[in-house]
Design a protein around this ligand. Structure first.
Ligand code: MN
Length: 423
């Protein structure tokens, strides 16, 4: 049976509402209090399957490599390439099947290799080599454009031709649960004559997906749609924290700089491209037709539901402030990657691409506070007298994502971050 078959079952009980059925098998890096060394595992139900233990026991083997999973990141595994990714996923699926005795009936090995997720501390899954952030939702770009430049100049003339992006910072990409310090920067509100330096007053999140690049491309090389596809290892949730007041003053003429360099959060589990195959859909019709090198034949978008929760310190439980879908994106991840390499720019194993903020057409589908509160003009009412235009100290922001199958879901877990006061 194919590892994506909806009929597959594991000997480990998995609730239908779980993000991690046997059809998912996302990769992450973790440690436990008893064993502080970092290693690779996959999520299954409420457990982490320790792949370093299975590899050491000889249940998973690689032709020309060893100790692939006894590493602090997925980079060594990703470097082995898409055929190995596929073979390894099929093998892990086999070992977890309810009707396959090899691992199921090895009680001693099961005790060592299955760790309750409550005892596992998740770590950054990849060593990020480069972080590039795109701007590929037409709804988001239009909303921001109206606020920054007015209705007549909302979408810049290049937007429908180029997947717009900028080179961000790999150094401040952090895993879910890492607190985010309120950034400092130069501020010059329209009412001020001179800029001043201080804590950001318009702190925002951006709901995005992270694309994990698992194969390198050579400097000078251009990519086809197929090649780009095969370089994508998987996806994470991504929060591209943004300082809107710093951004508004600094972004002309070279784009964002410090406004988006102080923290980017990703979810700890990397869901493989292969696990998402059943959920492929075509993106919106592209008009004008893109230049030939950007044209795509495949359905390169995904029907992936997303939600954002906000919890202020004094709220008992979080409030869902946005629900949207990754399928709305105008430019696909494949087009972004093809464009990224098109000049001759080399891509590396461990590069991370941010999809760009994911907003839909409805107000409830907006992927940032800037859009949800319309630049602060329409504050969100979170109940109990709590209102928000932008994020305040102590606020916890969490994002979830999942593809709904028939009786199971391919989930991403969550990416959470809590705002700390500026130092
Ligand atoms: Mn962004």
């Amino acid at each position: 049976m194919h590892p994506n078959d909806p009929k597959l079952r594991s000997f480990i009980d998995v609730d239908p509402s779980s993000d991690f059925p046997i059809q998912n098998l996302p990769y992450g890096v973790f440690f436990t209090p008893e064993r502080p060394d970092l290693r690779v595992g996959v999520a299954i139900g409420d457990f982490v399957l320790d792949l370093a233990v299975l590899e050491a026991a000889g249940l998973i083997r690689f032709e020309n490599a060893s100790g692939v999973f006894a590493r602090p990141s997925l980079n060594a595994f990703m470097a082995l390439g898409p055929k190995v990714w596929s073979k390894t996923r099929a093998r892990i699926s086999e070992l977890l099947r309810h009707d396959h005795p090899e691992f199921r009936d090895n009680r001693e090995l099961r005790n060592r290799a299955l760790v309750a997720q409550d005892f596992a501390q998740m770590h950054m899954p990849i060593e990020v080599q480069g972080f590039t952030d795109f701007y590929s939702s037409k709804e988001h770009a239009t909303n921001v454009g109206i606020m920054f430049r007015g209705k007549d100049n909302a979408l810049m003339p290049n937007w429908l031709s180029i997947p717009i992006g900028y080179n961000g910072r790999a150094s401040t990409v952090v895993v879910s649960g890492t607190p985010i310090l309120r950034p400092r920067g130069q501020l010059k509100p329209p009412t001020a004559d001179q800029p001043s330096f201080g804590p950001c007053k318009r702190l925002d999140f951006e709901l995005e997906m992270g694309v994990v690049i698992g194969q390198a491309s050579a400097m000078g090389e251009m990519l086809t749609e197929q090649q780009a596809q095969e370089m994508i290892f998987g996806f994470t949730l991504l929060n591209d924290w943004s300082a809107r007041d710093i951004q508004a003053w600094e972004y002309v003429p070279l784009g964002p700089f410090q406004a988006k360099a102080f923290g980017t959060s990703i979810s700890p589990w990397v869901v493989t491209r292969e696990a998402l195959e059943p959920f492929r859909v075509h993106g919106p019709v592209q008009d004008p037709v893109p230049l030939p090198y950007l044209q795509q034949k495949g359905a390169n978008n995904y029907d992936l539901q997303l939600s954002v929760d906000l919890k202020a310190e004094k709220m008992a439980k979080p409030n869902t402030i946005s629900r949207t879908n990754f399928k709305y994106m105008y430019w696909s991840s494949v087009q972004q990657l093809v464009h990224h390499a098109s000049s001759g720019c080399a891509m590396n194993v461990g590069d991370l691409l941010g999809s760009g903020t994911i907003s839909g057409a409805e107000k409830s589908e907006r992927g940032s506070m800037l859009e949800l509160s319309w630049g602060g003009a329409e504050p969100l009412d979170l109940g109990n007298g709590v209102q928000r235009s932008f994020l305040e100290d102590g606020d916890s922001l969490s994002m979830r994502g999942w593809c709904q199958g028939d009786g199971y879901r391919i989930g991403f877990g969550e990416v959470e971050g809590t705002i700390l006061a500026a130092l």
